[in-house]
Design a protein around this ligand. Structure first.
Ligand SMILES: Nc1ncnc2c1ncn2[C@@H]1O[C@H](COP(=O)(O)OP(=O)(O)OP(=O)(O)O)[C@@H](O)[C@H]1O
Ligand SMILES: [Mg+2]
Length: 518
C-alpha cells in the first residue's frame, strides 16, 4: 500500500478521525523519558487506537544482531531473538510493512514467540520504526484486530504512529544512555576521590609518638571548620603533608587545593599571581585570574609565608579582613571564599620583633597552630618511619623488601637528621637502589649517618672533673660533629641541635670552634 497521505477521499476522512487521538498519544509520548514506561505507553495506546488485542515493540540491538521486546505490558521480562527471525525480523531487515490476515499461514512467522509467551496470534500488522535519519531501529506490531483483520487504512494509522513513536523511543534511549554514562562517571569520580582523600588524608602522616598523634587529633577536631591554620616546623618535617591532610579532611575537600610558594616569586610577580591581573596593565599582558580565585570555595596554601614582603603582607591582610580581591590594574572588588593554610620554617614571632612580619597578619593566619616536630624530637617514631619508607619504596621499585640491621637502626636513632623526614626519604632511595642485599648494615649508610653511630662521646679527660666541664666538652663535640654533618650550614646545624641560629653562633664563639666556609 502506498504510504503517501491523500488529502481527500473516504480513507483519508477515517484517518482524519484518528488524527486527534494520535496527536494526544504523541503528546503523552513526548513527555515520557523513561524507556520502559514509554514502551508500555506506546503498546497500550496503540492497542486501543488500532482496536487490536495487543501491540508489541521490537527494538533492534545492532551490536548483537538481535531484536528484543518486553514479554508483556508492565513486565520486566525481556524476549530476545535473532534479528533475522519472524515477521518482526523481516520488517526490520527490509523496512516493508507486513499485513498478515493469518500469521500462522505466513512462512516468515516465528511460532516460537507464541509458544514462549503462550499467546495465540491470528491477524498481524507490522511496520518498521525509523529514527529521524531514516534508519530502522525496530518493528512495531499490532496483533489480532478485534473485528477481523487489519485494513489498508490501519496500515496508514500505524505508520503515522510509528513515525512519532520511533522519535520518542530514540530520545528515551539517548536519555537512558546519558544517565548510564553519568552514573558511571559519578561512580568513577567517587572512586578517584576516595583515592585522593586516602593519599592525602591523615593516614599518610606516619607516627605513633605523642607529638604526631596530637597533630592528628587536632586535624580531626578542625575538620568541620574553615579556620586558618599556620603550620610551622623545620625543613622536611611534613608541613605540606599536614596542609593537604587538613584540606582533604575538611568540608572543602572536593574544592580546589591551590598552593603558592611565596619565596619562589619576585615581589613584582607575586601580587598578580595571588590576585590576578587585568589585560594591558603592561605591554603584552593578558588577563589572568590569580590563585585566590582559583582556590575559591577551597583552600589556598601559602608556603614559605614568612618570606612575603611587607607590602604583600599588607595586601594579604586586607583580603583576609574584607574577603574580596582586586585584580592588579582592576577596580572591581571580587568576593572570594578561601581558607588559608600557611607554612613557614621561620620563627615568625622573632620576625615580628625584627619588624619583618606583621603581627596582625600573624594572628589572622595562626587561628590554629600546627607545629611539625623535627625528626630528632620524635625518635620513637624513627624505626616505624624507617621501615615504612623502606617497604613503600621497595614496593614502588618492585624490589624484594629490605630490612635494617640493628646497628644501622641504631645509627639512624642517633643521627640528628637536619633535613628531617625528607632527608630520610632521600637516604632510603639511595639505600634501596644501591644495596644489593636485603639487609642494610651500618656500613651501607651515608657517611654523615655512619659517623654518628661511631661517635660515642667518651667521657671527658680525667683532669676535668666537674660536671660543668664534662657538659661543655660534650656540647663542643656535638656542635663540631653537627656542623660537619650539615656541611657547615649554621642554620641547619642550629635546627638539628634544637638551638636558634644566634644561640649556636654564641656557643661557636664561646668554644672558639673553627667554622670552615660551607
Ligand atoms: N610524619 C610523616 N609521615 C609520612 N611522611 C612524611 C612525614 N613527614 C614528612 N613526610 C614526607 O617527607 C617529605 C617532606 O614533607 P613536606 O614536603 O611536607 O615537608 P615540608 O615541611 O613542607 O618541607 P619544606 O620546608 O622543605 O618545604 C614528603 O615526601 C612527606 O610525604
Ligand atoms: Mg614545603
Amino acid at each position: 500500500m502506498d504510504s503517501t497521505v491523500q488529502p481527500f477521499g473516504t480513507e483519508q476522512n477515517h484517518l482524519g478521525e484518528k488524527l486527534f487521538p494520535i496527536l494526544k498519544i504523541c503528546q503523552k509520548m513526548s513527555s515520557e523519558r523513561d524507556l520502559a514506561a514509554l514502551l508500555d505507553l506506546i503498546a497500550k495506546e496503540a492497542t486501543k487506537l488500532m482496536e487490536a488485542d495487543r501491540a508489541s515493540l521490537f527494538l533492534l540491538d545492532r551490536k548483537k544482531g538481535e531484536l528484543w521486546s518486553k514479554v508483556a505490558l508492565g513486565s520486566e521480562e525481556i524476549l530476545r531473538f535473532d534479528a533475522h527471525l519472524g515477521i518482526a525480523g523481516a520488517v526490520a531487515l527490509t523496512g516493508q510493512t507486513i499485513n498478515a490476515e493469518d500469521a500462522h499461514q505466513d512462512p516468515r512467522f516465528y511460532k516460537d514467540i507464541d509458544l514462549r509467551t503462550g499467546y495465540r496470534t491470528r491477524s498481524l500488522l507490522a511496520v518498521p520504526l525509523r529514527n529521524h535519519e531514516g534508519e530502522i531501529i525496530g518493528t512495531f506490531e499490532v496483533l489480532n484486530k478485534k473485528s477481523g483483520t487489519f485494513s489498508g487504512e490501519d496500515e496508514e494509522i500505524l505508520k503515522a504512529l510509528a513515525a512519532q513513536a520511533a522519535i520518542a523511543i530514540e530520545t528515551a534511549q539517548h536519555v537512558e544512555e546519558l544517565r548510564r554514562h553519568r552514573d558511571q562517571l559519578e561512580e568513577e569520580n567517587a572512586q578517584l576521590w576516595k583515592e585522593v582523600e586516602g593519599r592525602f588524608s591523615t593516614q599518610s602522616i606516619i607516627g605513633t609518638s605523642e607529638k604526631i598523634q596530637t597533630i592528628l587529633r587536632l586535624t580531626d577536631q578542625i575538620n568541620n571548620s574553615s579556620v586558618n591554620v599556620l603550620i610551622t616546623g623545620e625543613s622536611g618535617t611534613g608541613k605540606e603533608l599536614a596542609a593537604k591532610a587538613v584540606h582533604y579532611r575538611s568540608l572543602r575537600a572536593r574544592k580546589p587545593f591551590v598552593a603558592l610558594n611565596c619565596a619562589a616569586l619576585p615581589e613584582s610577580l607575586l601580587e598578580s599571581e595571588l590576585f590576578g591581573i587585568e589585560r594591558g596593565v603592561a605591554t603584552g599582558v593578558e588577563r589572568r585570574t590569580g590563585k585566590f580565585e582559583a582556590a575559591d570555595g577551597g583552600t589556598l596554601f601559602l608556603d614559605e609565608v614568612g618570606d612575603l614582603s611587607l607590602t604583600a603582607q599588607a595586601k594579604l591582610l586586607r583580603v583576609l579582613q574584607e574577603r574580596v580581591i582586586e585584580h592588579v590594574g582592576g577596580r572591581k572588588a571580587i568576593p572570594v571564599d578561601v581558607r588559608i593554610l600557611s607554612a613557614t620554617n621561620k620563627n615568625l614571632e622573632a620576625e615580628i620583633k625584627r619588624g619583618t612580619f606583621r603581627e596582625d597578619l600573624f594572628y589572622r593566619l595562626k587561628v590554629i597552630h600546627i607545629q611539625m616536630p623535627a625528626l630528632r624530637d620524635i625518635r620513637d617514631d624513627i624505626p616505624l618511619l624507617a621501615n615504612y619508607f623502606l617497604a613503600s619504596y621497595c614496593r614502588e621499585m618492585n624490589k624484594e623488601p629490605v630490612e635494617l640491621a640493628p646497628q644501622a637502626l641504631n645509627a639512624f636513632m642517633n643521627y640528628p637528621w637536619p633535613g628531617n623526614v625528607r632527608e630520610w626519604e632521600n637516604e632510603r632511595k639511595r639505600l634501596v637502589l644501591s644495596v644489593p642485599r636485603t639487609t642494610i648494615t651500618a656500613e651501607d649508610l651515608s657517611e654523615a649517618i655512619r659517623k654518628t653511630s661511631n661517635a660515642s662521646f667518651p667521657p671527658a679527660p680525667s683532669s676535668k672533673t666537674s660536671l660543668k666541664d664534662i657538659v661543655s666538652e660534650l656540647e663542643k663535640r656535638m656542635i663540631v660533629e653537627t656542623l660537619e654533618q650539615c656541611r657547615q650550614n649554621q642554620q641547619h646545624a642550629a635546627n638539628a641541635l634544637g638551638l636558634s641560629r644566634q644561640g649556636l653562633i654564641k656557643k661557636i664563639k664561646r668554644y672558639s670552634i673553627r667554622v670552615r666556609d660551607s
